[in-house]
Ligand binder design. Structure first.
Ligand SMILES: Nc1ncnc2c1ncn2[C@@H]1O[C@H](COP(=O)(O)OP(=O)(O)OP(=O)(O)O)[C@@H](O)[C@H]1O
Ligand SMILES: [Mg+2]
Length: 253
């Protein structure tokens, strides 16, 4: 199978006001893989993820130079529908933020399932999203109870389900397991490995070990510079750059 690049990042420079936080970033993200971006704090990883669905548009002072192509087309083009872009490229944040409503409504809410489709189709979509995020068995008997009553790990899987219900093509995850216990983390990792069959996943992993467990490819960023990228087991076993080696062996970060 010839693998296609779902996203191509070309000479991307990202700034907040005058301060440059990402420098000349070039990356190709293949379709149907998990791509991890690792690095110590302040590397510009969150800023990069937020740029990929133009959430940075909402941040005062944020601006970019360079290009991001989704399926070969610029996401910065004037006539791009940003709402549609954010549906296609969904984002899950580090702290789960369920809406103050039921589990069911959280997943049905805002998705284009609502309105356009019949009640049965909405129910089917919600169940499918909850199954894909490995939450269905936990919640199938209490779909109408408040989402706030779920555990942190369940809330995080609910937020993944909410993005999946929008039928995205790319899922961005910014440290989705930072607040989770090992069992919840393992469940999310298992579901991500399943999900890459259908989606392209870009993750800022919670730890280097998590990148090693789930990512096909990894990029290492340091203070806004891309230091190294490649197939995860190759980068992890024989890093080309001394700084990558130092980071992987815990000398900093
Ligand atoms: N809204 C903002 N306004 C100004 N500067 C910002 C803003 N958001 C982030 N920054 C700065 O941009 C730089 C990169 O931040 P970013 O959050 O992208 O890094 P990160 O690699 O995700 O780090 P972390 O590990 O802490 O999540 C940091 O120096 C940060 O202070
Ligand atoms: Mg971050």
């Amino acid at each position: 199978m010839i693998q296609q690049s779902k996203i191509v990042i070309k000479d991307l420079n990202l700034y907040y006001h005058e301060k440059q936080v990402v420098k000349e970033l070039n990356l190709e993200i293949p379709q149907n893989e998990i791509f991890a971006i690792i690095g110590p704090s302040n590397s510009g990883i969150t800023t990069t993820l937020r740029t990929l669905n133009r959430l940075c548009d909402l941040t005062f002072g944020a601006r970019q130079e360079g290009e991001v192509l989704l399926d070969g087309k610029s996401i910065f083009n004037k006539n791009v529908n940003v709402t549609e872009l954010r549906r296609k490229v969904g984002m899950v944040f580090d702290v789960p933020t369920p809406l103050p409503m039921s589990i069911f409504d959280n997943v049905a809410f805002g998705s284009n399932l609502n309105g356009k489709k019949s009640k049965a189709e909405v129910e089917e979509g919600v169940e499918k999203a909850l199954r894909m995020s490995a939450l269905w068995d936990d919640v199938k008997d209490r779909l109408n109870t408040p989402a706030a009553r779920l555990s942190g790990g369940q809330q995080q899987r609910l937020c993944i389900a909410r993005v999946l219900a929008l039928e995205p093509e790319v899922i961005l995850l910014d440290r989705p397991c930072s607040a989770l216990d090992p069992i919840s983390t393992a469940k999310i990792e298992d579901s991500l490995i399943q999900l890459k069959e259908q989606f392209t996943i870009i993750i800022a992993p919670h730890t280097i070990q998590q990148a090693g467990r789930i990512a096909d490819r990894v990029a290492f960023m340091l203070m806004g510079d891309l230091i190294e990228q490649g197939i995860t087991h190759e980068v992890f076993s024989v890093p080309k750059d001394k700084r990558t080696n130092d980071y992987l062996t815990g000398r900093f970060g």
